[in-house]
Ligand binder design. Structure first.
Ligand code: ZN
Length: 281
């Protein structure tokens, strides 16, 4: 029987947000057993908080936004992925604005901060989602399925394809252990297609975006400040987003995920379908 876990100490992060481009501070605090993962807006009167579950997702266009009880928080996926990979079931994430700091566009610092804070086992049994039958969602170019598998682990097969990407298509299969997540997935950075940038800027978004926190795809090349960590860094980042978004089912996830050209809309739809299957069982 797996036990629930929370952080032993507090993990604190500070930096520029991706879309609004302002400075933000985020603190991940320990929480009692059976709390789940909550995001609290300490800058709003009464410090309202919202539980990080798929039914509270209100926007999936450029990252995953959750809202409830008067608390709205954008771009939760890299934090959620780090908590999921570390095996944290209970935490309260304090934010002083609607967006977390983007840091280097990856989950590297979020993961490291949680591990530095340390983990504490709690007496209650951990809630784990295991699909009782395959669940399939699709839309646009995206196909996603989660199926039962013999091993009691989360395994992700993912493929991406982007016009104008020099390494295309990209594929990776990875079992999401804490070690594999830290080495193979957490450091993979956010990327954006140059063709989307102008539109995003016109919408008033990505004001904090720079080559410090994103790689840019343009005309058959990838522009990034540091050289790419892997030729297939994009598919690794897509897996990072999946590990975060599927944790929005409210439980640790076990099973085999196959994702073709995934994105936040279908990730969150799959998490919703997982919650629905879970409610019936
Ligand atoms: Zn991401």
């Amino acid at each position: 029987m797996e036990k629930q876990q929370t952080l032993r100490g507090r993990a604190v992060y500070s930096g520029i947000t991706l879309h609004t481009g302002v400075r933000a501070t985020l603190r991940i605090n320990p929480a009692p057993e059976n709390t789940g993962i909550w995001f609290r807006r300490v800058d709003v009167a009464g410090a309202p908080s919202v539980r990080a579950v798929a039914s509270n997702v209100v926007d999936v266009r450029r990252g995953t936004t959750i809202s409830g009880n008067g608390a709205t928080v954008a771009t939760v996926e890299h934090i959620m992925a780090s908590l999921h990979a570390c095996g944290v079931d209970n935490a309260v994430v304090d934010m002083d604005g609607p967006e977390p700091p983007i840091l280097d566009g990856s989950a590297r610092e979020f993961f490291a901060g949680i591990m530095d804070a340390g983990l504490d086992e709690q007496p209650a049994e951990a809630a784990v989602f295991r699909p009782s039958a395959p669940i399939h969602v699709n839309g646009g170019h995206t196909q996603m399925i989660i199926s039962p598998q013999p091993e009691d682990s989360l395994r992700v097969f993912c493929t991406t394809s982007f016009a104008g990407c020099p390494f295309d298509p990209q594929f990776l299969e990875v079992e999401i252990t804490r070690e594999n997540f830290e080495k193979e997935i957490a450091p993979a950075r956010t990327f954006v297609a140059f063709s989307d940038l102008r539109q995003l800027l016109a919408m008033g978004l990505v004001r904090g975006g720079s080559l410090d926190n994103a790689a840019i795809l343009h005309g058959g090349a990838i522009f990034s400040k540091e050289k790419l960590l892997w030729q297939n860094e994009i598919v690794r980042h897509k897996i990072l987003d999946i590990v975060g978004d599927l944790f929005l089912c409210g439980k640790r996830v076990r099973g085999c995920v196959v994702a073709v050209k995934p994105g936040h809309p279908r990730n969150v739809e799959l998490a919703m379908a997982m919650m629905a299957q879970d409610a019936k069982s």
